[in-house]
Write a protein that binds this ligand. Structure first.
Ligand SMILES: *Cc1c(COP(=O)(O)O)cnc(C)c1O
Length: 365
């Protein structure tokens, strides 16, 4: 059997949720589990985060999966419904919907009688993605308030730059949000992981952490551990071949790496078909048998070549660590020109998943 495995650390998820509670003690927590729990597996993540007050999802199907897994939490569908045909299932499952566009409001105004829906009206305070203009907030509220099919109204907005310590943008968004709904009833929600950690004044009634629950960092040159978080995924495989290459030999597709000296090269059973980034250049760090290694040559679909110069103990069968607590996914992401979020979300179905629920976590923070 192929050894390529993503091991999910359930205690890390629980630890990270506790960290959220410490940082935002007065807010309720909506755990964001979109994209299959950021690639960690929706049901297992929701089970480990069952202490959260709500879950945030990006598709109705994910909401349905959570209900089927027995989750009775509030579930919030971030893009809301987009056709009348979604409404019966939304109502049957009791899923909260974000309302961000006039087209959705018209669908609601024409909706048949039925169980009422809880809404989160989204204002666009500077992201220019989803949401009503702040100046429209009162008018939208009046229309929504008049609908018999709406049971509860809450408010949300989303930050564009909280991860870049852009105080001006984030504080401007906070001010526009507060001004737009001043005096209107309903709970407020603004924060993603970055704002939750960097802008305590934005916590509001509900925080919406995603990345930090998985131990991911949203801040440049910081790993999750630097922020007191525990990485929740370890991606490993094994060496299936080791070869001696002479100085001047070229490695892999396109021969993009030329051996500067004689060196041992290990071939690991992982590639971009598993979600390891093809853009990871020569020099991207890996660990082999606990020692430092680095990618050499181009990442193939199924295979990865690794410089074993610093890992003399490595041989066929040795474990290869691609990322995890001992090798921050942020380091791999930085080398590959992306963020840790994309790497963990991108692990493919070919990779087997395992759960490590009982090991003692080396405590950071
Ligand atoms: C994805 C998402 C979040 C979580 O963002 P993180 O950076 O992962 O914490 C919060 N709110 C909304 C609306 C989102 O789409």
């Amino acid at each position: 059997m192929r050894a390529t495995t993503a091991t999910i650390h359930l205690p890390a998820l629980t630890h990270n949720l506790q960290r959220v509670r410490q940082l935002a003690p007065r807010s309720k927590v909506m755990a964001v589990v979109k994209a299959d729990g950021y690639g960690h597996g929706l049901e297992r993540v929701a089970g480990a985060l069952a202490d959260a007050d709500a879950f945030g999802v990006a598709t109705l199907v994910d909401g349905e999966r959570l209900r089927r897994a027995g989750m009775s939490h509030r579930i919030v569908l971030f893009p809301g419904f987009d056709e009348a045909g979604d409404l019966p299932l939304v109502r049957e499952l009791g899923i909260d919907c974000v309302l961000h566009h006039e087209s959705q409001l018209r669908l609601l105004e024409r909706a048949p009688a039925g169980p009422p829906i809880a809404l989160w009206i989204k204002l666009d305070t500077g992201m220019n993605r989803l949401g009503f203009a702040p100046a429209e907030a009162r008018r939208i509220h009046e229309r929504v308030h008049a609908l018999a099919c709406v049971s509860e109204i809450r408010w949300m907005t989303h930050f564009s730059s909280a991860d870049e310590n852009d105080r001006e943008q984030t504080e401007g968004q906070m001010a526009r949000f507060a001004a737009a709904i001043e005096g209107l009833p309903g709970e407020r929600s603004l924060c993603n992981s970055a704002a939750l950690q960097a802008f305590p004044a934005s916590h509001g009634d509900w925080v919406r952490p995603g990345g930090m629950l998985y131990g991911l960092s949203t801040f440049r040159r910081k790993s999750g551990r630097d922020l007191g978080l525990e990485p929740a995924m370890t991606l490993t495989t094994r060496l299936i071949s080791v070869r001696e290459c002479a100085a001047g030999e070229r490695i892999g597709y396109g021969g993009s790496f030329t051996c500067p000296r004689a060196m041992r090269v290990g071939i690991a059973a992982i590639g971009y078909g598993d979600g390891y980034p093809r853009h990871a250049p020569s020099g991207t760090p890996v660990k082999v048998a606990g020692q430092a290694g680095s990618v050499v040559g181009r990442v193939s679909m199924d295979l990865l070549a690794i410089d074993l110069s610093a890992a003399p103990a490595a041989d066929v069968g040795s474990e290869v660590l691609l990322w995890g607590p001992e090798l921050p996914v942020e380091q791999v992401a930085e080398a590959a020109g992306t963020i840790g979020y994309e790497l963990v979300c991108g692990v493919t179905r070919r990779v087997q998943f395992a759960e490590a629920g009982h090991e003692v976590l080396s405590a950071a923070a």
